[in-house]
Design a protein around this ligand. Structure first.
Ligand code: SAM
Length: 315
């Protein structure tokens, strides 16, 4: 834990600063009304364990290029729909960034920024390697001071949040971001992609089970609805780019399809074979990225399965 960053802690519920108490070896609100325990370097703001998410996602992106030249940083553009590359382009080194639903984080971000990781899962947060602050909290109440941070980033977090809760969170984002602060979010969306629609038409209940309920995706909304939502909370969209608009999908989709019967199952098995194994997997990720940035743009954005949004808070 970085003592320089704990000055950002703040309890918005009672509008109080949070300070470290040696006596309790915990953080407390200045009035002493609330105590926030520290467990293995994670400060906990949750009142009860989230049984759905606790320990479910332990993903950590270890890739951290040694060389800052084009070759060294090219994988940042390729991995995860270019999420790391976009964050690098949008924020200067040393910026104070909050990553929501960070699980076990991205080592490259920890090396470049003053990172604050927030997740509901303690076990996931314990896997963070070089973040300055680790916060176990629900992102509807962000325990950080007003106008204190440069950016909020997230990957595959936003689709987990039900629409009404998204509104609450956006109010929090506006509160904690500095004027002109920025969001970079990568997330799945409700899509009318032709390949995905085939499953919806064939068996909508199965689609819901595979794509929504199983993963906790309670906040699937179309690219247009997501855009409107950000704009309603004074964010100006700088980028709202859709990926995987065609039948060319990531391994995770073929993994779901390969268990189906008939032609969809067959396409799933072929797709799964072509995107699995170390070599095929890397090659397919690169191919999909190149396709998405070129020919993929020919499909309308409503066909996208994944969106990356960059948005500035109005000054
Ligand atoms: C699909 S995982 C994404 C993990 C990581 N960002 C990645 O890209 O691999 C979603 C994460 O969001 C967290 N999460 C879900 N709802 C949350 C909430 N309301 N507040 C904070 N974290 C939440 C989960 O615990 C989980 O770690």
């Amino acid at each position: 834990m970085d003592q320089n960053l704990d000055k950002y802690l703040y309890w918005p519920v009672t509008n109080e600063e949070i300070v470290f108490s040696k006596e309790n070896n915990s953080y407390v609100t200045i009035s002493g009304s609330r105590l926030f325990p520290i467990c293995n370097n994670v400060i906990s703001f949750l009142e009860k364990t989230d049984n759905f998410y606790e320990g479910s996602y332990l993903n950590r992106v270890k890739f951290n290029p040694k060389n800052n030249n084009v070759l060294g940083t090219f994988p940042l553009w390729v991995i995860n729909g270019g999420y790391m590359h976009t964050v690098k382009r949008e924020f200067k080194p040393g910026s104070v960034l909050l990553e929501l639903g960070c699980a076990s984080g991205v080592d490259y971000f920890g090396a470049r920024y003053n990172m604050i990781g927030l997740d509901v899962s303690l076990k996931s947060l314990q896997g963070l390697c070089n973040y300055k602050l680790s916060i176990q909290a629900d992102a509807t109440v962000i325990p950080l001071a007003n106008q204190s941070i440069d950016g909020i980033i997230s990957s595959y977090f936003w689709e987990h949040i039900p629409p009404l809760t998204k509104d609450k969170m956006l109010t929090e984002f506006k509160r904690v971001l500095k004027p002109g602060g920025k969001l970079v979010f990568l997330y799945d969306v409700e899509t009318d992609n032709n390949y995905i629609s085939l499953l919806k038409k064939k068996d909508n209940a199965l689609y819901n089970k595979l794509f929504l309920e199983g993963d906790g995706h309670f906040g699937y909304e179309t690219p247009a609805v997501n855009k409107k939502r950000f704009m309603a909370y004074d964010f100006i969209l700088k980028k709202h780019f859709g990926m995987e608009r065609s039948a060319l999908q990531s391994n995770s989709v073929y993994e779901k399809y390969r268990h189906l019967n008939g032609i969809l199952g067959l396409t799933g098995r072929v797709g799964f074979f072509l995107t699995s194994g170390k070599l095929f997997n890397y090659a397919s990720i690169l191919f999909i990225r190149l396709f998405d940035e070129t020919l993929g743009r020919l499909w309308p954005i409503s066909k996208s399965r994944i969106i990356i949004t960059v948005a500035n808070l109005k000054k």
